[in-house]
Design a protein around this ligand. Sequence first.
Ligand SMILES: [Zn+2]
Length: 173
Amino acid sequence: MLAETDPGLVFAVILFGLILWLVIGGLVGASIGRERGRTSDGVWLGILLGPLGWIMAGQLPRTPRAEALYRRKVELELEKLPAEEAEQRARAEKQRRLEESERRAREEAARERRIKEEQEARRRRRQEEERARRRLAVTCPACGFENRGMARQEVVTCSKCGAKLHKQAGSQI
Ligand SMILES: [Zn+2]
């Protein structure tokens, strides 16, 4: 039975399955991502990871616009619910909004921290460059000229006035 299976047919079935996976994965991912304001993220997650991608798309943080739309939708729904249920739902929504704003605050703090770290790293790099530059420079006490690129020698000759300089002390010898 298995031996009689046409390889072309097997290939067609696999190809069809693959296309189906891509189309369904992408479409479902798109509709889940759209609700979070992230349609294209949803499409890619659905295509690459299938149902796992759908779950991930549903966990994406909403864009500010999607969040505003969601809040509006919830408020409209609350108006239609019986009082007790609405109250419960409103409490849950309040909690959700609190968590959402905390999440945004954490993100903002992390972003600021990253910027500070980058600035600090740049500052340190500049400081290090300045130190390296100083190490290589000898100011001549006789004429005040800053002899740069004097590198490793202990004793250097001022390129302006010809005085012999001791590099470490920057003094004339
Ligand atoms: Zn000099």
